[in-house]
Design a protein around this ligand. Structure first.
Ligand code: ADP
Ligand code: ZN
Length: 528
């Protein structure tokens, strides 16, 4: 150790305790701060709640000049700045919400060296005018928060981030630190390249959040399942419930309220003032539930969120992990719970297929979805799978639904063959493709309008699946879809043999599926 290093580490610790009131660094914070305060670049991958902010805030205080913080979260800048001012840090932000004269005042403070930290969105930073302004100021560092947004094939691409590559040339002597809670190797590589962080030191924290219990169950009646989770395990505690659509956000929040649970909606379609109000109430109050689309949560720092619930399947494991990571920042036991069904897969496929974006983009979105689905239908430790997705090895955790209650498996080879044969017969002999409902009716040999019209009872596959119940077929189907043996296709999610169907049909593999564990539908009496 050189003497200077020791000094710097001591100074960092002094700032940590004098300014932030903490007595020790967590994980790799000290090493990261050392690197950046010493003038080097850093790429930091740390899970949500890991403590990324201090990694640039403290170096900015240790170095002379102003630290620029690039963040996509304009709505949170005022809060973040207020929090910093609260501990005596000279902070400000530049964004479109400021009046002209307010922005000018901030620019003057910057040039006069009166700011420790200045927040701005990427689209603002890359304006020639802003780059010119920054060129005339003394900069201590540039921090690029949510750096995964530069990844074109990631789950949260923001084109404005691409422009941040100019920083390397514009301010060659200013240290840069890129931070993200998204840690696949592909994203890591891509952001390093696109942000031109080739000389950076890399800090990859463990992504494990051992206090979070991961649980995924099949959808039966999702709101009732959610209500049961809340009343039996999290009564009076704070939680976040994620839904895919604005409409289901509204109806779910209302439904919970009708059942005596304090819940507020949050989505991008609400008035900014209503959103702000609900967010603030959630942050301050105890025991309030926020029902939200994924518009909610980035940058939210509430330590005592006891559960995060997903009523719809997230689009990717990255998104899921970030969202569930908002539970239990205080390290106390917390729950990440999800209900999902085949309908989710069908609607997301449809959304991808009919959505914008080129073929490569869609292929990507489909593979994100497939990975998510595999997590849902896994028969081994969820945490091991999650961490493996982020390139980290671990052992079965003992704190997920699978570890706590290992699923029994059964040999589903023959039923899977029967199902595939049914899809093939329907297509070949009737030119028909159906969604799961009608396919199961054929397997069970149950007559209905459609089967009569198409004379399904004349098919050799009619009723060949009677050894399983409808519920068991649904469970098997979900698992077969997750393994690519069956695929939902097109707008209606009609089922077709998937890329992995061949070996099953030819009897080359024995197929072990988990015994169904979906809750039985509760009585309708509680539903509204
Ligand atoms: P991230 O940005 O990685 O999600 P934050 O920077 O918001 O995480 O930090 C999460 C929480 O942990 C915050 O409440 C923060 O004050 C707290 N925290 C961070 N570092 C420390 C530390 N060394 N000691 C105690 N608390 C810390
Ligand atoms: Zn586990």
């Amino acid at each position: 150790l050189r003497e200077g290093d020791e000094d710097q580490t001591d100074r960092a610790l002094r700032v940590l305790s004098a300014v932030f009131g903490y007595d020790s660094f967590r994980g790799e914070q000290a090493a990261i701060i050392d690197q950046v305060a010493g003038g080097g670049d850093a790429v930091v991958l740390m899970p949500t709640g890991g403590g990324k902010s201090l990694c640039y805030q403290i170096p900015a205080l240790l170095r002379s000049g102003t630290g620029i913080v690039v963040s996509p979260l304009i709505a949170l800048m005022a809060d973040q700045v207020a929090a910093l001012e609260g501990v005596g840090i000279r902070a400000a932000y530049l964004n479109s919400t400021l009046e002209r004269h307010e922005a000018q005042a901030v620019e003057q403070q910057l040039l006069a060296g009166e700011l420790d930290l200045l927040y701005m969105a990427p689209e603002r930073l890359v304006l020639p005018r802003t780059l010119d302004l920054l060129g005339r100021a003394e900069l201590s560092l540039v921090a690029i928060d949510e750096a995964h947004c530069v990844s074109q094939w990631g789950h949260d691409f923001r084109p404005d981030y691409l422009g941040l590559s100019v920083l390397a040339d514009a301010f060659p002597t200013v240290p840069r630190i890129a931070l993200t809670a998204t840690a696949t190797e592909a994203t890591h590589r891509e952001l390093t390249e696109r942000l031109r962080m080739d000389a950076a030191e890399h800090f990859v924290a463990s992504f494990d959040r051992p206090n979070i219990q991961y649980r995924i169950e099949p959808k039966a009646s999702p709101r009732e399942q959610l209500l049961r989770l809340i009343t039996t395990e999290h009564e009076g505690e704070s939680g976040i419930v994620y839904c895919l659509s604005r409409k289901s956000v509204e109806t779910t929040a209302q439904w919970l309220s009708d059942h005596g649970i304090a819940a507020l909606p949050y989505h991008a379609g609400l008035d900014a003032s209503v959103r702000q109000d609900h967010q603030e109430r959630f942050l301050r109050a105890e025991g309030l539930i926020i029902v939200a689309t994924i518009a909610f949560g980035m940058g939210i720092d509430k330590p005592d969120v006891r559960f995060v619930a997903h009523l719809d399947l997230p689009k990717s494991i990255e998104g899921y992990y970030q969202e569930t990571g908002r539970a239990g920042r205080d390290g106390q036991p917390s729950t990440a719970w999800m209900a999902y069904g085949l309908g989710d897969v069908v609607s997301q496929r449809k959304f991808i297929d009919s959505g914008e974006g080129n073929e490569q983009f869609k292929r990507n979105a489909r593979s994100h979805l497939e990975a998510m689905l595999a997590l849902c239908e896994t028969v081994s430790c969820r945490r091991v799978q999650l961490l493996r997705y982020f390139g980290q090895d671990s052992r079965p955790c003992g704190n997920c639904d699978i570890c706590l209650n290992p699923p029994q498996t059964w040999d589903a080879t023959v039923p899977a063959q029967k199902l595939l044969s049914t899809l093939i017969r329907l297509d070949r002999e009737r030119g028909q493709k159906f969604g799961s409902g009608q396919v199961i009716e054929v397997l069970l040999g149950r007559e209905n309008e459609r089967s009569r019209q198409s004379r399904h009872e004349e098919l050799t596959v009619w009723g060949i699946g009677e050894e399983l119940t409808e519920k068991q077929w649904r469970s098997a189907l979900r698992q077969l879809v997750a393994r690519g043996i069956v695929e939902p296709e097109g707008d209606y999610g009609v089922l077709v043999p998937g890329s992995q169907a061949g070996p099953v049909l030819r009897g080359e593999v024995a197929l072990e599926l988990a015994v169904d564990r979906s809750p039985t539908k509760p009585s309708r009496s509680r539903s509204g």
